[in-house]
Design a protein around this ligand. Structure first.
Ligand SMILES: [Zn+2]
Length: 95
């Protein structure tokens, strides 16, 4: 098994904290498995993703405070907005 990076681990933690629920639309991307009535695994198969609230390129840190859980759709929209902000910041010489 490949070792997870610190960032990946934080992202997993953020998704767990948000109970695998999209913080924009409320979509729940949780999968869980039971074996003999015992819950053995709860996680998400790429249904929800952890997003940097303030993008890294705009100085956002990789910390639980700056991570939120989004579904794929909302993440795509958010990324579009972020790219616009980044382009603007670049135009204005901020970054
Ligand atoms: Zn969503």
């Amino acid at each position: 098994m490949k070792r997870k990076s610190f960032e990946q681990m934080l992202k997993e933690t953020a998704k767990r904290r948000d109970d695998f629920t999209c913080q924009h639309c409320g979509f729940v991307g949780k999968n869980q498995f039971e074996r003999n009535g015992v819950l053995v695994w709860v996680g998400a198969y790429g249904l929800v993703e952890a997003d940097h609230i303030i993008p890294k390129r705009l100085g956002g840190e990789t910390s639980l405070r700056n991570l939120q859980t989004l579904c794929k759709k909302c993440h795509k929209k958010k990324t579009k907005k972020d790219l616009k902000k980044i382009a603007e910041a670049r135009k204005n010489g901020i970054i």
